[in-house]
Design a protein. Structure first.
Length: 381
């Protein structure tokens, strides 16, 4: 596919690297606009969105024949022939790093623009909080994620909490060597400075990925959110709070599901609402939010460069996921042209279909799902 070849070259050239790392529906339109003179690929009448955890990978191990399945979306020369994206609620690392990691694990070349993570929509809030102090929470590198989106005054919760003596009374009982790894070291002069973080108002909090230390994070978030962004001060108006997803649980390496960001949200909300006078206010992104599917639809549509404005040449968009409440419910809510495929390789393990959110198709693995799609679309692969 000529267009996708051009896209790959544009994406990997040094001068375009920043643009790709900052990809979104809006700036994606700018990114693709200069390529619209290229003819659309003839066979691109459908696209695929893959969930990652429980479909493509379990932990860092490919499952369900995922490398072979993805390979079928490329031609003999190794050029992508079918538009696809990864649509995951996971995150904690910039899209550029996640794409490189996936490429290595799955033995295909994946672009940052193909990786839509739970926190990817946060980049659309840059204009509102670009120069304000914001706090990024979660495993991995939450502050780096937000910095790459363009936020200029961001601290991880690990680093922010380190400015406040005794803010976590349980801290001395924890092994903190990993918690503060990578944080900058500040002199007492900087810490006591009138302009240091403790004296600056936190204007927004972003839960980028799963909290590592629930007790410390819930304590410090209550401090920030109840005081208008100034821990230790009087009760005041709550700053905005954003979650990258609202997953109650996810399938990791352990045999049964693990508690996810939605469970952390419930814990924080329950405590906050019991302790403080006003109910916690927040916004959650991630699947099954229809916004996420519309955003994926735009990105897939832009990736095939259709010539008629307002017309979508992608007749069918396939969502392949393992979680009925997240992947299948989301695809159903998004409506046409989404077609949902549920795999039995992760959260869902039932013999039949899910009783509440039945998928359009249920298969055992992602390889079976791709095989079904390619046969249905009558493509020679
Ligand atoms: Mg999943």
């Amino acid at each position: 596919m000529k267009f996708l070849q051009i896209l790959r070259k544009a994406a990997t050239s040094p001068q375009n690297r920043h643009r790709v790392s900052s990809f979104s529906a809006n700036n994606g339109r700018r990114f693709f606009s200069h390529l619209h003179s290229q003819p659309p690929p003839p066979s691109a009448s459908f696209g695929i969105a893959f969930d990652i955890d429980g479909v493509i990978l379990r932990g860092e191990t490919p499952i369900g024949g995922s490398p072979q399945a993805l390979k079928r979306l490329y031609d003999d020369s190794g050029n992508m022939s079918i538009p696809y994206v990864f649509l995951t609620n996971g995150g904690g690392v910039p899209e550029t790093e996640r794409a490189a990691e996936l490429s290595k694990l799955l033995s295909v070349r994946i672009l940052a623009s193909q990786v839509i993570q739970g926190h990817s929509p946060f980049m659309q809030l840059v204009n509102r909080f670009e120069n304000e102090l914001i706090i990024a929470v979660g495993k991995g590198e939450p502050a780096k994620v937000m910095s790459e989106y363009g936020f200029k005054n961001v601290l991880s919760l690990d680093e922010y909490a380190s400015y406040f003596e005794h803010i976590d009374p349980l801290g001395k009982f924890k092994n903190s060597t990993s918690q503060l790894a990578g944080c900058k070291k500040y002199s007492s002069k900087e810490t006591d400075s009138e302009n240091g973080p403790p004296s600056q108002r936190v204007e927004a909090v972003f839960i980028v990925s799963d909290s590592v230390d629930w007790s410390r994070d819930i304590q410090v978030l209550c401090d920030i959110l109840s005081t208008g962004g100034l821990p230790g001060r009087e009760i005041s108006t709550q700053p905005p709070l954003y979650f990258a997803n609202d997953d109650l649980s996810y399938q990791g390496l352990f045999p049964t599901e693990r508690l996810g960001m939605g469970a952390f949200r419930i814990a924080l909300e329950s405590i906050y609402n019991r302790v403080y006078p006003n109910a916690l206010e927040y916004t959650s992104y991630g699947k099954p939010n229809p916004f996420v599917f519309k955003n994926a639809e735009k990105i897939l549509m832009q990736s095939i460069c259709h010539p008629i404005e307002g017309q979508n040449p992608l007749k069918t968009l396939y969502m392949i996921g393992d979680n009925p409440l997240v992947d299948i419910k989301g695809a159903q809510q998004a409506g046409q042209p989404w077609f949902s495929i549920l795999t039995r390789s992760g959260v869902f393990k039932g013999k039949g279909n899910h009783p509440v959110y039945p998928a359009d198709l249920v298969v055992d693995t992602v390889e079976e799902a791709v095989d079904y799609i390619l046969r249905k679309e009558t493509l020679q692969t």
